[in-house]
Design a protein around this ligand. Structure first.
Ligand code: ZN
Length: 339
């Protein structure tokens, strides 16, 4: 009961990439970079184990960014044709690559680090991939001319990748879809069907992560303008509950999401965000337990997995680790309480 997991990413060691930033440049190149990615992946698996996390990830140590790390290995995506574009409905501007032809995997994108993580832990392993809707929201398109068609094309590539990862022994494949909280009408119209296409026939559990973003200024400012109650989930949870996706990862720590919205996810595992990634103050185990307790009114205990709100990539590493320990301690406290 209350097995813990994390949304996906963890901070990178300073010898691998510049700390506390997104799209952090690598500190090494060539074979030295490959070796450093391998070592960092093993380190992050072990740090999660030591913190008491039950379902661990590779910490996304081998990719620069959760979307572009995948796109870098895709034929048809041109990183020399970068343009500055507003993403997540113009919440922030980033440099994105351009789709210039049919998209195709050159080979496996993430099996290198998935295999390393699998080799070095006996615990269950989750692996994250960007979701198709979030991918098409994080690039420019000069070829397909239709967002749904482009998302479908990516769903097929993600499906190939997910099947390979499951074959390596990954226990959960999670698709990260922060865009689901932004384009709610499109989510029910085509976002979820395309997501199901990415997950179809994958021989392990599948999950979707839907959050209010990393703890960066643009997101914190956006959240400040969302009002007293954040009801974005209300528009999409019923369709997700009816989907073939097994688990839904949501943001509930320090957020204004009305907790009763979790009741709309009947039949799904809920990866409950019980640790906030947008503040540096470390939660107490009691605070984590209190978030779990609130959710328990709407989610059965056997379907509740305490988790982080979002990825921890841009955080201070020492703080992130303390938050993981608090997460595990809070879950333990609740197990003892319900014992
Ligand atoms: Zn997130």
């Amino acid at each position: 009961m209350f097995e813990t997991t994390i949304a996906g990413s963890l901070p990178k060691p300073s010898w691998l990439a510049a700390p506390q930033m997104l799209w952090a440049p690598w500190q090494l190149a060539g074979d030295a970079l490959v070796e450093a990615k391998r070592d960092a992946t093993i380190l992050m698996v072990k740090l999660q184990e030591d913190a008491g996390i039950d379902v661990v990830t590779d910490g996304e140590q081998a990719r620069q960014h959760f979307v572009h790390g995948f796109l870098e290995q895709i034929e048809g995506v041109d990183f020399t044709r970068r343009i500055t574009m507003g993403i997540r409905n113009n919440r922030y501007e980033v440099q994105v690559p351009t789709v210039v032809g049919p998209v195709r995997r050159r080979g496996s994108v993430h099996s290198f680090e998935a295999a390393i993580a699998r080799e070095h832990t006996q615990r269950r392993l989750k692996f994250t991939l960007p979701g198709p809707m979030t991918i098409v929201d994080t690039l420019a398109d000069a070829h397909y001319g239709d967002r749904t068609a482009l998302a479908m094309a990516f769903a097929d590539l993600l499906n190939e990748e997910a099947r390979e990862l499951a074959a390596i022994g990954v226990d959960v494949i999670q698709f990260d879809e922060p865009a689901f909280n932004v384009y709610m009408e499109a989510v029910t119209a085509w976002g979820i069907p395309v997501l199901e296409r990415a997950a179809a026939g994958v021989a392990c559990k599948t999950a979707v992560h839907i959050c209010y973003g990393y703890g960066i200024k643009a997101n914190i400012d956006w959240k400040a303008g969302l009002g007293a109650e954040w009801r974005q989930y209300e528009a999409i949870f019923p369709a997700l509950a009816a989907s073939r996706i097994d688990q839904v990862s949501v943001e509930c720590a320090g957020s204004k999401v009305p907790i009763e919205l979790l009741g709309l996810l009947a039949g799904k595992d809920v990866l409950l965000g019980a640790v906030d990634v947008a503040r540096e103050e470390v939660e107490t185990p009691e605070e984590v337990a209190a978030t779990i307790e609130r959710a328990l009114r709407f989610v059965p205990a056997e379907r509740l997995f305490p988790c982080t709100n979002c990825g921890m990539a841009p955080m201070r590493k020492d703080i992130a680790i303390l938050k993981l320990r608090a997460l595990a301690a809070g879950a333990e406290m609740m197990r003892n309480r319900l014992g």
